[in-house]
Design a protein around this ligand. Sequence first.
Ligand SMILES: [Zn+2]
Length: 749
Amino acid sequence: MRRNCFAMGLCLCVLGAAITSHGAEPVAARQEAAFQLPADKRPAGWTVLKAGDLGAIFDRQGDGLQLVSLFDLAKHRQLLAAKSPALFTVTMRQTESKEEVSLRADAGWERIQVAPAPKPGTPVELSWQTPKDKRLKGLRVTVLGSLDEAAGALRWKLSVDHVEQPWSVRHVVFPQVAVDASSPQFEFFYPKGPGQVKRAPWPPQFSYGGMYPQGWISMQFMAASDKQHGTGLYYAMHDPQGSSKEVHVDWQQASQAMSLAFDVPAENMDVAGNGYVSPGESVWQVLHGDWFDAALIYRAWVRQNAAWFPKLTSEGRADTPLWMRELPLWAQSWGDGKKVVPELKAFAKTMAVPVGTHWYGWHNNPFDNDYPHYFPASEGFGDAVRELQANGVYIMPYINGRLWDTHDKGKEDFQFSSVARPAATKDEAGKPYIETYGSKESDGSPVQLAVMCPSTQLWQTKVRQTVLRLMNEYGTKAVYIDQVAAAAPVLCFDHAHGHPTGGGHWWTGSYNEMLAAIRREKPADRMVTTECNAEPYVKSFDGYLTWHWCCDDQVPAFPAVYGGAIQMLGRAYRGGPTPELALRMKAGQQFVFGEQIGWFDPSVIHNPQSADFLRQVVGVRWQLRRAFYAGEMARPPKLQGRIPTVRADWQWDNPGWVTTDAVMTGAWTLPREHHSMLLFVNVSDQPVTARVQIDAAAYGAEGPQVRIVTVKATGQGESSVSPSKIERELLFPARSAFAWELRQVDGKK
Ligand SMILES: [Zn+2]
């Protein structure tokens, strides 16, 4: 028996044999008591870790070690479900026979050691040595745990050493936990698109996951909250390079448990003797709050550590041209200049603000066909660009950043085999990864598009040349490079490419290298955007097309983390049975989420009711534009009273019914300037009256009083001074948007 207890609440104790469970409540009580007991009074076999408000107990059970408790010591709540999966699963492969073997934390080891931290502030070390499977005899799994007293967090790193040939590490699931989800007020945040929060009523089964980074898994954190007891768990991977990793979330009604896991494909996963070190740290942290509090934890880490976080000035992104930081509105154009020019000029005139347009079909090749051969542009394209940009319309043509058509000249294999194939991503059998979308060759067969490897000079050069040619030869102010922040990394096994095969951070690193060269060479007043919002490319782009933010249960977690670091634009505005309400809901949500509004078919101006609403939203955004690019998101204010909801088919799925509050709220703040904007938009057909209760101090306005200035599309309106604890009944007229500027009353602002 060894014992080592530290000051500062860091405590780790190791005893001998196993114990058994006796039902949830007595076990929880016994576990909570164990955190207070001296080490020699604790149940045998328990390893007790304490980091501020977070406690964890590991139990030595037979030939494994199992997490049996995660405890919120401040709220006296067990966070772990009655049954939690093995802390890790390491999948090994015999590289010759391809046989796979799984090593689990909870069984199958000759030797398990728990080494206390040698001094406060250093990590504890858990190690699993000598698997019972004799073929893997020297292998060792080491888990280092750092205890963060102030945050109430445990931070983990895992490594696999002594991997001997012919074995390789394929992938590592770590750390797996199942959170107790039995509370009737259990909520779960996950990073789908902008972020979504799932609440009761729960379906019988709920799952979420896939390969990060991609548009549907945009960030590396999740949050479970039990609103009834005010407790919860922040569960994250703080990986500063954005390595490829799968997220697995699974909820089962029967077990009332939410299982969470990161599953990381190993670097050089097909190379015998590769070994493994987890990318970054896995974090468990007590969460006394909701999705917004979780986003703030992640934001603090991102700003300090993430390789993709850009340099920000007091005016936001200095490397993004001001016109793009300010832009309030986007259109979407299809076709040649003859069609596009008049409709966009009319759109810009009606909306009376600067406009960007995302131009598809500017080239002669059909969409998703014969990529990457875009030139020559359709006739008159250059003239159209010049004319529109002289009239306050910024042109952003479409190109694809990821695909090469395997029949890239009609049905002919023009350059795929002779030029592109060596630079295409390959599976383990050496075959290019091929994707098909809706596009068809002239014989009706699907266009077969190869996924190009971003690490290759060929692909980096091709994309760079295409972007620069559009900017330099045609003068476009922007280029949209499709799919980069939408599609998940591909596990490329082409050894000739020189990157680690399979997993790692080479995929995100390669795209960032490609974009860094584009940013260096492009004129300073131009900008680039891409599809969706996978975070590891934020510094490489000026804007993200958030067109897929079209689901129910959305919350603005991505804007909370990245507002000011990248501009967001574009929702999929579609038809269906409720197009006008759906338009107002989407535009209203974009407004409070801090996005640039759009993108619209320019014909939207011919619907007077929609156009009037858009002019309000876009107009208020234009008044407040600096807050969005130089500021950051603050907690959206919550209205008191019964707020009606609205429901429309957003047409993402078919059908895609989405319900939101009729009155949406948001907040953006310039913290250094003690100056915030509260945004309100009633997207419904009915006026709504609600009570606003806001503490202006929470929005940076210090002192007993605050000045409130109402901002409408037409400019600043009434101004009044209020006690800083604001309490007012407000009327939100139907189909209206306005904002409050909160300013500190001290003569400075
Ligand atoms: Zn490759």
